[in-house]
Design a protein around this ligand. Structure first.
Ligand SMILES: NC(=O)c1ccc[n+]([C@@H]2O[C@H](COP(=O)([O-])OP(=O)(O)OC[C@H]3O[C@@H](n4cnc5c(N)ncnc54)[C@H](OP(=O)(O)O)[C@@H]3O)[C@@H](O)[C@H]2O)c1
Length: 259
């Protein structure tokens, strides 16, 4: 792997670049969005992201997961990608323990319909159990079923989950770093609420065309958000960008109420 930014280095280990201190803003965890796209912005080929992957992307994907206290993901991505329980090497788990983290990150699935396969490995083999983020409006009987096998986090009273509240609640569960793995519609809402501190984007040297969403999908923002590149790595033609939000991130929870 070759470092292109913030300086040129012919060889770099991605750990040197990604394992940095992250200071969460007041009242909520640090939120990192990680996505892979083609050169023309596709996020899926045939409905899944796998065809955009590469050894470099997979290495950095797992490295970024190793930073997470909680991995946040939209239910459509869980359904499309067949998500299983997060797994990390023993060595990585030991490093997490030394940093004061749990050995494995918890997965938090965002869903209002609660259309999840409760017999899938994601539910039955995750230890601790996954978190399901939903609203008080979600069907009560289904909520009871899901609560038997997962930890429910209720954010908002309406049909839509209040993601600002949800992120604050993940912080109250002890998360300092939340890694959001998409999809685009979940990312779009997090950007709309200005809750994203870091964007990690893998640009695969491919053109896919098609109708898949860009890395973030939703109503156009009144003003585009500024991000500055923190690092850029190249590996076999794949570009791995880390970009940090410029300007103060929006606080949530008690810190937001105090303003
Ligand atoms: N290239 C990449 O890096 C990458 C990464 C991730 C995903 N993907 C691809 O992206 C596609 C899926 O992305 P997507 O944008 O369609 O969906 P998504 O963001 O993964 O999930 C959307 C779903 O999340 C729930 N949700 C999100 N925000 C909500 C809110 N505020 N209130 C209530 N529910 C909410 C809803 O679930 P319910 O319908 O269950 O209520 C909604 O249908 C797949 O093809 C996947 O392969 C690509």
């Amino acid at each position: 792997m070759r470092l292109l930014l913030p300086e040129h280095r012919p060889s770099v280990e991605p750990e040197e670049v990604y394992l940095t201190e992250r200071e969460p803003p007041a009242g909520r965890p640090w939120v990192l969005v990680n996505m892979v796209t083609s050169l023309d912005g596709a996020t899926a080929v045939g409905g899944r992201s796998g065809a955009l992957g590469s050894p470099a992307d997979r290495r950095v994907f797992h490295l970024i997961r190793s930073l997470a206290d909680i991995i946040l993901v939209g239910a459509a991505t869980v359904r499309a990608e067949g998500y299983g329980p997060p797994r990390l090497d023993d060595r990585v788990q030991e490093a997490r323990l030394l940093r004061g983290q749990a050995p494995l990150p918890r997965l938090a699935v965002v869903t209002s319909r609660l259309d999840l396969d409760l017999g899938a490995a994601l539910i039955t083999e995750s230890d601790p159990a996954p978190i399901v983020v939903t609203t008080a409006h979600a069907p009560r009987a289904r909520r009871v079923e899901v609560a038997r096998v997962a930890d429910l986090v209720l954010a908002g009273q309406g049909e839509r989950i209040d993601l600002r509240e949800a992120v604050g609640l993940l912080g109250e569960l002890g998360a300092s770093v939340v890694v959001c793995e998409g999809g685009a519609s979940l990312n779009g809402q997090l950007f709309e609420l200005d809750l994203v501190d870091e964007l990690c984007l893998t640009l695969a040297p491919l053109v896919a065309v098609g109708a898949s969403n860009r890395a973030a999908h939703g109503p156009e923002l009144d003003r585009p958000l500024g991000f500055e590149p923190a690092s850029l790595i190249e590996a076999d033609g794949v570009l791995l960008l880390r970009a940090l939000r410029t300007g103060p991130p929006a606080p949530t929870g008690a810190a937001a109420d105090a303003q």
